[in-house]
Design a protein around this ligand. Structure first.
Ligand code: FAD
Ligand code: SF4
Ligand code: SF4
Ligand code: SF4
Length: 348
C-alpha cells in the first residue's frame, strides 16, 4: 500500500472522508502540490481532477497510521506498556510570571509564554496558533503569529476545531525559516507524518511542537449556535472565556459564570473525535493541559528539544515551576483520561 501512488478518491476519499473518520485537519489540502483540494465545512473537497501523486495519503493522520513507527521516529524507541500517557522525559506544573499573560490565558499561560520567549529570542520567526474569527464570535481561526503581541492576543482555548496546519502553510508562504506549531493531538500526528515523509517545505522550518491535551472538540453549530445561543439564550459576543473543569464553564462579560454539564455537551462533540485515542498529545515535543488545575498548566516534556525550549524559558524567568508530584489528582487524571480515550478508540 505504502509504495503505490494512490489518488485522493481511492485512499482518503473512500477510507477517511466517506467513512466518517476525517478529523478535518486540512493536512491533505495543504500538501497537495496541484491544489486539487479545498477546505470546505471542515472537510477536504476535491475541486479538480486528482493527479494521483500519492502525497496526501502519506500525511493523513487517519490513514495507514502506525503509532509505533511514529514513536520510533520521534523518540528513537517504542513506548513501554507502563507509559500510560506516552514517552516523556519530565512532567512539571508551571505558570507564567507575566501578569498580562495570566489575564488572557487558559490555564497557567505556559504555551503563550514559551512562544513569546521563543519569538523574543529569535528561536522562531512565527508560530502556527489558533485565534478568534473576526466575523463569528468564539469561532477559531488558524493564525500565523509573528510578533509577541499577536501570541498574547490569541491566548486561551477555543473548544471548536481550529485547523492550525493552515497557519503553518501561511508561515511557509511567508518564507519563515523557523516556526513553532501549536495544536491538538490529531494535528501533532499530521505534523509527525509530514516530518517522516518528509515534506521538507513544511518540516524544515519546524523548530518545535506544543500539543494541547484534548478529550474532544465540539461543533460550532451544535455547542455554540444551538446550545449556548439558542437553548441558553447567551449571545456569543457576551462570552469572554470558556473552560472545562468537570463541567463547561462559560464566563460572561457581566462577570456571571454559566455552566453546561459535560453529559449535556457530549452530544455536540465532533463525530471523528470518538475515534481518537490520544488525550495527552503523546507525540508532541511538549504537551500542555489543565487537568483540573486552577491557574497552572500541567506540562509534559517529551523530547530533548522540548525540554531545552522549556528550560531556556524557565531560566529566563518567564515561568515559575513546581514539581508535578505536588499535584497527585492531576497526575491520576492524566493516566485515567489517557487510558480511557485509548480504550474507547480501540473499541470503535
Ligand atoms: C479543543 C481543546 C480541548 C481541550 N481539552 C482539554 C482537556 O480535556 N483536558 C485538559 O487538561 N486540557 C485540555 N485542553 C488544553 C487546555 O485547554 C489548554 O490549552 C492547556 O492547558 C494550555 O493552557 P495554557 O494556559 O498554557 O495555554 P495558553 O497560554 O492559553 O495558550 C493556548 C494556545 O492554544 C491555542 N489554541 C486555542 N484554541 C485552540 C484550538 N481549538 N486548536 C488549536 N490550538 C488552539 C491558542 O492559539 C494558544 O496559543 C484542550 C484544548 C483544546 C484546544
Ligand atoms: S496530493 Fe496528490 S493524490 Fe492527493 S489530491 Fe493532490 S494530486 Fe491527488
Ligand atoms: S488529512 Fe486531515 S482533512 Fe485530510 S482526509 Fe485526512 S484527516 Fe481529513
Ligand atoms: S479528540 Fe482527537 S480528533 Fe478530536 S480534536 Fe481532540 S485530538 Fe483532534
Amino acid at each position: 500500500m505504502q509504495n503505490q501512488k494512490l489518488g485522493f478518491e481511492e485512499s482518503l476519499g473512500r477510507e477517511v472522508v466517506n467513512s466518517g473518520r476525517c478529523i478535518g485537519c486540512a493536512t491533505c489540502v495543504v500538501v497537495c502540490p496541484f491544489n486539487c483540494l479545498e477546505y470546505q465545512k471542515e472537510q477536504p473537497e476535491l475541486v479538480k481532477a486528482c493527479e494521483k501523486c500519492g502525497i496526501c495519503p502519506k500525511v493523513c493522520p487517519r490513514y495507514d497510521w502506525s503509532q509505533s513507527s511514529v514513536e520510533e521516529f520521534v523518540f528513537g524507541k517504542k513506548r513501554d506498556a507502563k507509559e500510560d500517557y506516552g514517552i516523556y522525559r519530565r512532567t512539571i506544573v508551571a505558570q507564567a510570571t507575566d501578569k498580562k499573560i495570566l489575564q488572557r490565558c487558559q490555564d497557567g499561560g505556559v504555551v503563550t509564554s514559551l512562544l513569546i520567549h521563543a519569538l523574543q529570542n529569535d528561536l522562531i520567526e512565527g508560530a502556527a496558533i489558533s485565534g478568534l474569527s473576526t466575523d463569528e464570535p468564539l469561532h477559531p481561526m488558524p493564525i500565523m503569529a509573528t510578533i509577541p503581541e499577536e501570541v498574547l492576543k490569541h491566548a486561551g482555548t477555543r473548544y471548536a476545531y481550529s485547523p492550525n496546519i493552515l497557519a503553518l502553510q501561511e508561515g511557509v508562504r511567508q518564507k519563515k525559516k523557523s516556526l513553532a506549531f501549536v495544536g491538538t493531538p490529531c494535528q501533532i500526528h499530521a505534523i509527525r507524518k509530514i516530518q517522516m515523509f518528509p515534506l521538507k517545505k513544511y518540516s524544515n522550518p519546524l523548530q518545535f511542537t506544543i500539543g494541547l491535551m484534548c478529550t474532544e472538540s465540539f461543533t460550532y453549530d451544535g455547542l455554540f449556535e444551538q446550545h449556548l445561543q439558542k437553548n441558553m439564550e447567551i449571545p456569543l459576543k457576551n462570552v469572554v472565556k470558556m473552560n472545562i473543569k468537570g463541567k463547561i464553564q462559560v464566563y460572561l462579560k457581566s462577570g456571571k459564570v454559566e455552566s453546561i454539564p459535560l453529559s449535556e455537551a457530549k452530544q455536540y462533540a465532533r463525530a471523528s473525535c470518538h475515534l481518537c485515542g490520544d488525550f495527552s498529545a503523546e507525540l508532541a515535543d511538549i504537551s500542555a493541559g489543565g487537568l483540573g488545575l486552577s491557574g497552572w498548566t500541567f506540562v509534559i516534556l517529551r523530547t530533548r528539544r522540548g525540554e531545552e525550549i522549556f528550560d531556556d524559558a524557565s531560566k529566563a524567568g518567564v515561568l515559575q515551576v513546581r514539581s508535578a508530584e505536588e499535584e497527585p489528582f492531576a497526575q491520576s487524571l492524566l493516566v485515567k483520561l489517557s487510558k480511557r480515550k485509548r480504550r474507547n478508540a480501540q473499541e470503535k
